[in-house]
Design a protein around this ligand. Sequence first.
Ligand SMILES: Cc1cc2nc3c(=O)[nH]c(=O)nc-3n(C[C@H](O)[C@H](O)[C@H](O)COP(=O)(O)OP(=O)(O)OC[C@H]3O[C@@H](n4cnc5c(N)ncnc54)[C@H](O)[C@@H]3O)c2cc1C
Length: 477
Amino acid sequence: MSEGHAAVVGTGPNGLAAAVTLARAGLAVVLFEAAPEIGGGLRGEALFDSRIVHDVCSAVHPMATASPFFREFDLAARGVGLAHPEIGYAHPLDGGRAALAYRSLDATCARLGADGPAWRRTFEPLLHHSESLTSLFLSDLRRPPRSPVGALEFGLRALRGPRFRGEEASALFTGVAAHAVGEISGLVGNAIALMLGHLAHGSGWPLPVGGSAAIARALADDITAHGGEFRLGHRVADLAELSGFPVVLFDTGAREFLSVGRRRLPSRYAEALSRFRYAPGAAKADFLVSEPIPWADPEVGRAGTVHLGGTRASMIREERMATRGKLGDEPFVLVVDPGVVDPSRIVDGKRPVWAYAHVPNGDDTPPVDLVRARIERYAPGFSDTVLEARGISAAAYETYNPNYVGGDIGAGAMDLKQIVARPALRWDPYTTPLRGVYLCSASTPPGPGVHGMSGYLAAASALRRHFNLRPPSLAPD
Ligand SMILES: Cc1cc2nc3c(=O)[nH]c(=O)nc-3n(C[C@H](O)[C@H](O)[C@H](O)COP(=O)(O)OP(=O)(O)OC[C@H]3O[C@@H](n4cnc5c(N)ncnc54)[C@H](O)[C@@H]3O)c2cc1C
């Protein structure tokens, strides 16, 4: 094996982003993937009808639109259509009410009534600094912000938390905070709500036309075009298998990396990895339905993403219970009907519906009935439209992808400590104590989501340390 070789283990968005960066820098890259197909959290599958693809993991992509990696890689120029809903996310409440986050900040504030001015004060200043804030949020969090004023404004808002009087605005904000999973009422939940929330009024919360796998295909095409090779159905079980590669990047979670490296990792680092904590899990339900979801408020049917969690108090309570290992009666559920923005997903009137619930880590409750009941509460008659359904419990998600320990789709809890020490405290979080061995998954900063930044930053670190190279251009050739 020549010096210019590198291996990437795992082909999720971060593994693919790492491989794009390394291959474009001139390295001969080989990617190993345990699953029979590429993509990790970007995979799709025709579950019930060979013409209708369901997103198995991610479906909506605020970060793939805003991240510095994808901005330069330019999905649109590579033929990936990004369909933007007019309403980024909606939050139905009992009694047929619903709070709506339009792409337009004005329309959102108008609909929120008395809380409209507070919503504007919360998000408008962030929109002025959106690019630098996104770059900071999606970084290794070890460099000073490009816009200190924007960062200060963001930090103060995150510390202060939401200041809404009405149930609608509070629930709308907290539904986004719930993407933090777990303890959502503090600084981390607020920060995630501010970051994702302001993107809904800026670069948007789009869905890739045809499904998320289109993003993985675009990345894989670029890797192949630059000489990269894929070895599918190959789960790397021991570091020794890759001894011929001078550089190896692991798009695996902390626990899987501990297992693969168990014979070589120094005990202090191994102990730090074994202490890495996991968040509540996701239990997924996929439906094939005969009609659009009959939301009590039809406006909800124009939203790309729907959050079902009831009031702010209810979401905080349910998330706390899930963190403590108890499945509540009203778990937080996210719902996406891709046909709302992408007619190509609807065939003969049949359409996929994607949904998942936040449940305790490792929970093995079959999720279909639970999720169906949550949707039915805000969309009476939904059950009558269901033609087929399939569930994956939180416990089963780990079998599907070892990065999702106990169904934790974030590959590690996002609390203050684990945002910085992710997965262990190191100045360069992508390095490990083993020379030439790097981690690049969502178990490293900036954490979960399809943004490619962990992969890109880990590859940049490997290029600099091992080859004395700067990151290459990612723009389409
Ligand atoms: C149900 C669900 C819904 C989600 N929704 C969204 C969403 O709408 N928007 C969003 O931005 N994010 C979403 N996410 C999160 C997002 O998918 C992940 O944060 C993202 O995929 C993480 O990327 P990654 O490259 O770090 O790891 P992954 O995408 O998890 O990929 C890791 C890959 O490594 C492979 N692997 C692991 N161990 C080995 C090994 N030993 N040998 C070989 N291969 C190995 C796995 O098979 C997998 O393919 C969702 C996730 C799930 C599960």
